[in-house]
Design a protein around this ligand. Structure first.
Ligand code: AMP
Length: 456
């Protein structure tokens, strides 16, 4: 019977709906080691990103964007032999062994070569910002997708290249009010590295030492004794205290080069620590290597979560098919910078969120002047508003009130003649006359600028 039929099918339907409801209740989570940038996270990250762009341009680096997927052979020579498991391999159409890039440097050098930048006047300064992927063990401040800000100076042999890079990164942290100390070392030229590696291997192989090493270092002892110096395990830190020092093996040229880099840092007033255990993981470094470590309130620099790292890699361009070319590179970890910014409650401030200044005018003559003043303030980064089409001062003040302006600047005939401005604090109603040429200085004191960088 039709009635029964209907009833039967509605029972079926509600069972199906229940099934669907059950399915949709099971939410899909984020993959391990990845991060969402929600609310203030995004604003801190954006602040770091904006500062990076600003400084890169000011220091004369040209922007470069390279693909996130690259041919694996790009990394083969510069990667520690046992670190292949850190890569994310991608099933790419051409059937080549492709990976998600674990850092930006190699892609930037590939692009330098592929776009024939070798033929341009050297040095070439490049910067790139973007995500990198490493299959890391889970730990705080260690993500599988993170963002790097990478600066490269290609074709510059002189120690000034290191000074420029370190200075750029130092200004980045300083202007974001993140306290850092540069850890710096010289690995010497490739010959020195080889000789020193052998010396280290003999040191670590001596009876009583090898057995006390952590498992990771035991494995690395033959492949890269140098990397053992960088181990942060307590037992390995203790053993390395008696290890031979690379400084004793540097050639005269390397010694002079390194001395000059340190001299520049002294002149630039950049705090650094000569750290003979700093070797950095990758095999492509020679001579100068450095890292930026955060400095805690007690003044102690902590290397567990370095904020940036880099060094000279004079063999890299050639190893990727170019001619022998000097190169210095540096990468800042934006998530690590972001963590520091969040600790300090520093976020990107968009122009609309800054305290507002309203520019009011009375009379034709003042209108033109007010227009110029408005433009000057706007281009200096102040958050300004106006209603130049309105003549009545009262209406303009009301509009300023509606907009919740902190300050209203009034220009009338008298102010134009005297080259002054009437400055009214909208909350207290207090007014004062300020010389036009002093107005920005005055506003900078009155207006709370939440952080040093304004996005816009
Ligand atoms: P590296 O060249 O490996 O020293 O990386 C450069 C910078 O990127 C480091 O100093 C860190 O600030 C940052 N970094 C490296 N690995 C990670 C990671 N897994 N998660 C977040 N930041 C990272």
């Amino acid at each position: 019977m039709p009635k029964q039929k209907i009833a039967a099918s509605s029972v079926k339907e509600s069972a199906a709906t229940k099934k669907v409801e059950k399915k949709s209740a099971k939410a899909v989570g984020r993959l391990l080691g990845l991060k969402d940038y929600v609310g203030n996270d995004f604003l801190s990250w954006d602040l770091a990103m904006t500062k990076a762009w600003e400084l890169a341009r000011i220091f004369g680096f040209s922007p470069l964007r390279t693909p996130i997927i690259e041919d694996f052979s790009l990394y083969k020579k510069s990667t520690r032999k046992n670190s292949e498991k850190e890569f994310y391999f991608v099933d790419f159409e051409r059937g080549e062994k492709a990976v998600l890039r674990p850092e930006l440097t190699q892609g930037m050098i590939r692009s330098y070569l592929e776009n024939k930048m070798e033929e341009l006047p050297q040095p070439i300064r490049l910067f790139s910002v973007g995500p990198v992927f490493r299959q890391e063990k889970m730990a705080s401040g260690r993500y599988r997708e993170s963002n790097q800000f990478d600066l490269e100076i290609i074709g510059e042999k002189k120690p000034m290249a290191e000074a420029v890079l370190i200075n750029s990164a130092y200004r980045f942290f300083k202007e974001l009010q993140i306290n850092v100390q540069v850890q710096i070392n010289s690995l010497g030229d490739m010959e020195t590295r080889k000789e020193y590696n052998n010396k280290l291997a003999s040191f670590y192989k001596e009876r009583g030492r090898r057995s006390k090493l952590c498992n990771h270092c035991k494995k690395n002892l033959l492949k890269s004794p140098l990397s053992l110096l960088d181990c942060r395990e307590d037992s390995c830190v203790k053993i390395r205290e008696g290890a031979p020092q690379i400084a004793d093996y540097l050639s005269a040229a390397s010694r002079e080069h390194f001395g000059k880099v340190l001299e520049y840092l002294d002149e630039l007033n950049i705090p650094y620590n000569f750290n003979s255990y700093l070797v950095r993981g990758l095999s492509y470094y020679n001579d100068t290597v450095f890292e930026f470590w955060p400095v805690a309130d007690d003044g102690v620099a902590n290397g567990k979560l370095a904020l940036a790292g880099g060094g000279r890699c004079d063999s890299l361009v050639e190893s990727l098919g170019g001619k022998s070319t000097h190169c210095v590179g540096l990468a800042i970890g934006l998530e690590r910078a972001m963590m520091k910014l969040k600790e300090k409650n520093s976020f990107a401030v968009y122009p609309d969120e800054e305290e507002l200044i309203y520019v009011a005018q009375i009379g034709e003559q003042a209108k033109t002047k007010a227009l110029l003043l408005f433009e000057d303030l706007r281009s200096s980064g102040f958050n300004v508003r106006q209603s130049f089409s309105v003549d009545s001062l009262r209406s303009q003040i009301e509009e300023a009130g509606r907009l919740k302006a902190k300050i209203t600047l009034v220009l009338g005939k008298k102010e134009v003649m005297d080259e002054t401005i009437l400055m009214r604090d909208m909350e207290s109603g207090v007014q004062e006359i300020v010389a036009q040429k002093k107005i920005k200085e005055k506003l900078n004191k009155k207006i709370i600028r939440k952080v040093g960088v304004i996005y816009g």
